[in-house]
Design a binder for this molecule. Sequence first.
Ligand code: B12
Length: 212
Amino acid sequence: MVDLEKLTQAVGELDEEKVLAILKEFVGTNPSGEEANKVVNACQQGMAIVGDLFEKGEYFVGDLIFAGELLTAAIDTLKPVLGGESNTKIGKIVLGTVEGDLHDIGKNIFASMAEAAGFEVYDLGIDVPAGKFVEKIKEIKPQILGMSGVLTLALDAMKNTVDALQAAGLRDELKIIIGGNPVTEDACKQIGADAFTTNAAEGVKICQGWVM
Ligand code: B12
């Protein structure tokens, strides 16, 4: 198993070479899904360090951009051990990062894990307005809507989306899960979602519980 603290630190320091070397070695050990989840969490914690250093003025927007590219490459390296696409389909999830928010790394991790667990995932991408969620839900009729957001303002966009679904008469047929750094139990209640998480693997478990 990899040294998780070393990995978190390397992500925080934006040491691409070290991060990718650690991950390639890890993937070569044929790890379990549980071990892979721990490694994803360690990377997520490294991104929190990047965020803190940005807030302190030690990192700049260019560093955030680089951090985004670094983590995307890290997740691509980990993909083979996060599980492939499952042949048995267990349900449909419409997913997107809400309006005003361009962060998609966490959403993409959740999408990969949900697909591996057997969900058909309809990913609408980033900066998705409420109306686009409503349209897709009318078309696909999924059991679950997943909304992602890491900016504080994403919480308002999530609430607007739930309100739009309510107005369209679609809310009651759906389970709604929200994910991303700022989501909390209080926010979940205010938004009118059914569940919240800051951990993609936990999110998949919640969704499985809804359809199985
Ligand atoms: C990388 C990054 C960027 C990259 C994003 C690249 C990309 N492709 O996503 C770029 C450069 C684009 C960026 C831009 C900006 N960013 Co930025 N960014 C980050 C950073 C460092 C990491 C985010 C990340 O990828 N985390 C790692 C992932 C894995 O974690 P996660 O998203 O939480 O996802 C996990 C779970 O939450 C969950 N999950 C996520 N979504 C979902 C959905 C569902 C349904 C489920 C079940 C689970 C789930 O699963 C994931 C795995 O477990 C954060 C710092 C931080 N602490 O998060 C700042 C941060 C989010 N950014 C911030 C800011 C300020 C900005 C900018 C405004 C900067 C600027 N001045 O331009 C812009 C805003 C652009 C916009 N409109 O969105 C602030 C937000 C402050 C706030 N409170 O709103 C942060 C917190 C940094 C900070 N501390 O100041 N950023």
